[in-house]
Design a protein around this ligand. Structure first.
Ligand SMILES: CCCCCCCCCCCC(=O)SCCNC(=O)CCNC(=O)[C@H](O)C(C)(C)COP(=O)(O)OP(=O)(O)OC[C@H]1O[C@@H](n2cnc3c(N)ncnc32)[C@H](O)[C@@H]1OP(=O)(O)O
Length: 123
């Protein structure tokens, strides 16, 4: 019952994903219970959006992989009640190691957060 994507998780984010060419996408509107700093989405949950959209890129290609490393840059606050687009792309693949990047994009097109991550395939 994934916290990020399961429709059955009562406290989950209920994210739904789609592939658009080589990009995996989702949207999310943070609510008050997702706050960290007043009026802004919690950074840990922003990281969850980024982690999940990269993991889903892999899962949608039939690749079972877990996050081994992730770096996030928070550039702008994500306001509560404002819908954001979240997208990921493959950067590099070598053996079991997959490098991806992701962004959280505000309605005006500016990136609020960016991440890069390494995933390792698992059996
Ligand atoms: C239905 C739809 C559902 C869709 C469901 C979608 C769910 C998505 C969930 C979101 C994604 C997550 O949050 S996943 C949850 C968060 N992540 C985790 O809990 C992962 C915890 N870590 C682990 O379990 C493990 O460390 C693994 C599996 C990642 C790797 O362990 P391992 O398989 O034993 O591999 P290991 O020997 O350590 O490493 C293999 C090789 O990779 C190298 N290596 C290891 N880490 C790195 C690294 N960060 N950067 C470079 N290289 C690395 C090692 O040096 C080694 O090189 P060499 O010696 O071979 O040269």
């Amino acid at each position: 019952m994934c916290f990020a994507c399961s429709p059955r998780n009562p406290i989950g984010l209920h994210l739904r994903f789609s592939m658009d060419g080589d990009t995996c996408r989702t949207t999310f509107t943070p609510r008050e219970e997702h706050q960290g700093w007043n009026g802004c989405m919690h950074g840990g949950l922003i990281s969850t959006l980024l982690d999940e959209v990269m993991a889903q890129w892999l899962w949608r290609q039939g690749i079972s992989a877990m996050t081994a490393e992730m770096t996030t840059r928070f550039s702008r606050p994500v306001p509560i009640g404002v819908p954001v687009n979240v997208e990921s792309r493959l950067v590099e693949h070598k053996g079991r190691l997959w490098a991806l990047s992701a962004r959280v994009i505000l309605p005006d097109g500016r990136a609020a957060a960016r991440a890069t991550a390494k995933f390792l395939t698992v059996d």
